[in-house]
Design a protein around this ligand. Structure first.
Ligand code: GLN
Length: 485
């Protein structure tokens, strides 16, 4: 069954002509339809997708193919696409068709990948459960009453249920890693500046970063290879050479020092999660890595710091959605003021409004110094602490999230408890450094546990190699949720 294969095997099957792109795409389209109750996708366009697959097969028959030729992939609905709507999970953009493609979308399409659909997400990427989407929540394929994580929950659920071999996501405070952890997948947040943000709808511009959600680290390396690189249209993308990520896999990890911060493995973490994390660390020791204790005391301030900086940037980024330039416009209004007010009241959901209000407050004169400036100082402290921790170790490890996937509706009325599910992921965004989540076990309910590995700036290849080494000796990443086998 081709859908059971990971991205790398699928590339092999296509290259050997074991399967055509049309057959492959049809198989995944059928599955997307069959499992539509997961609500993993916001848009698909089967006719157009099959046409692309056919063109890809014809090109291959003429001897012309590239890295990902004919491979279906899905994009989080935050990446602008000209051929399908780009909603960002919001009523505000529910019918928005972008006049251009995001750089990530362009690059993947140039490498031959075929866009099979746009995935569900928390509205404007604000959330940890995909429940704030205007299009309704996505379900976790491991347990239908649980959330898939967020905000890239549609992408994670789609890959976990084998509705697509791989998908893109974005991560501002954990939105690639946490859903990857909740769905038993590999999710990589690259260093800030590694992947272009051009055409990726902005939430908090100094934290947002796109990345792959896949079954394996090898698949993540394959996608990152295509997605990474300088883009002159994004002033924050870095002009730094992109290494060959696949070539770096399979390097021995013997002698590497893995730092374990004591506050990452304390009682605030669910005991079943902790057990799986400790077992995985023992596995790394067997592979020759050394565990060392490190200290990241300021990371406990990461959540309050993030919830000043991210909303502040969001309040500015989202001011463009005013009923004049993009998307939704209210039906009736008497003057311009009323047009703005009604459009924004009707177009945005509760969580987005909450963030705009917090951000506007934190930036207003009189409060700027007390909140925004303070948060920037804490951000610097967090970054400095990582730098000194990396003098004692090469990587930092701990749980991706303190719990496994929580129940649908369990945290919707308690935003702060929702925010806490990102306690371990947010620091890497504040410091701009890369981090990956990989599956390392299950809890009693059969829900996956994720291990987070954090690396130094632009050491994606080291992280991928570490994750790949673990995946060579374990098989958590191969398990498929029973209903979807
Ligand atoms: N859950 C966090 C938030 O709500 C992070 C989201 C993200 O990474 N996009 O802001």
């Amino acid at each position: 069954m081709p859908y059971r294969q990971n991205l790398s095997s699928i590339v092999g099957m296509l290259n050997r002509n074991d399967i055509s792109s049309v057959e492959l795409v049809q198989c995944f389209l059928d599955r997307i339809q069959k499992h539509s109750d997961l609500n993993a996708f916001i848009s698909t366009d089967p006719e157009q997708t099959l046409k692309q697959a056919q063109l890809s097969d014809e090109a291959r028959a003429r001897g012309s193919s590239s890295d990902l030729s004919g491979v279906p992939i899905a994009h989080k609905d935050i990446f602008c696409t000209t051929h399908m709507a780009t909603t960002c999970g919001s009523r505000m953009l529910k019918d928005f068709i972008s006049p251009y493609n995001a750089t990530v979308v362009e690059l993947l399409s140039k490498s031959g990948a075929i866009l099979i659909g746009k995935t569900n997400m928390d509205e404007f990427a604000m959330g940890s459960s995909t429940e704030t989407s205007w299009f309704g929540p996505t379900r976790n394929p491991w347990h239908g009453d649980h959330v898939p994580g967020g905000s890239s929950g549609g992408s994670a659920a789609a890959v976990a249920a084998r509705l697509v071999p791989a998908a893109t996501g974005t991560d501002t405070g954990g939105s690639i890693r946490q859903p990857a952890a909740f769905c038993g997948l590999t999710g990589l947040k690259p260093s800030y500046g590694r992947i272009s943000r051009y055409g990726m709808i902005a939430y908090a511009s100094s934290l947002d970063q796109g990345g792959p959600i896949t079954q394996t680290a090898e698949d993540a390396a394959r996608l990152l290879q295509v997605m990474a690189g300088f883009d002159r249209r994004d002033a924050t993308s870095l002009n730094k050479q992109v290494p060959n990520y696949l070539d770096h896999l399979c390097t021995s990890i013997a002698g590497l020092r893995i730092g374990v911060p004591s506050n990452f493995v304390d009682d605030a973490v669910n005991s079943e999660v902790l057990d799986a994390i400790h077992d995985s660390l023992a596995e790394f020791e067997k592979l020759g890595a050394k565990l060392v204790e490190v200290s990241l005391p300021s990371s406990k301030a990461a959540i309050p710091c993030y919830y000043v900086i991210a909303p502040a940037e969001a309040s500015s980024n989202l001011s463009r959605f005013d009923g004049v330039r993009y998307g939704y416009r209210t039906d009736s209004f008497n003057d311009l003021d009323e047009l703005y007010k009604k459009t924004r009241s009707e177009g945005f959901g509760l969580e987005v409004k909450r963030r705009i209000m917090i951000g506007t407050f934190a930036l207003s004169s009189g409060y700027y110094d007390a909140y925004y400036r303070k948060a920037q100082q804490i951000r610097r402290l967090i970054s400095d602490e990582f730098e000194s921790a990396f003098k004692q170790c090469d990587y930092i490890a701990g749980p991706t999230s303190p719990t496994t996937a929580f129940g649908l509706g369990e945290k919707t009325n308690d935003p702060v408890s929702m925010y806490l599910s990102d306690i371990f992921t947010i620091s890497a965004n504040l410091a701009g450094i890369p981090a990956i989540s990989i599956p390392v076990g299950f809890d009693k309910l059969g829900l996956p546990v994720g291990l987070q590995l954090i690396g130094q700036s632009f050491d994606e290849q080291g992280l991928l190699n570490l994750a790949h080494s673990y995946q060579q000796v374990t098989n958590w990443h191969e398990v498929i949720p029973t209903e979807f086998t």
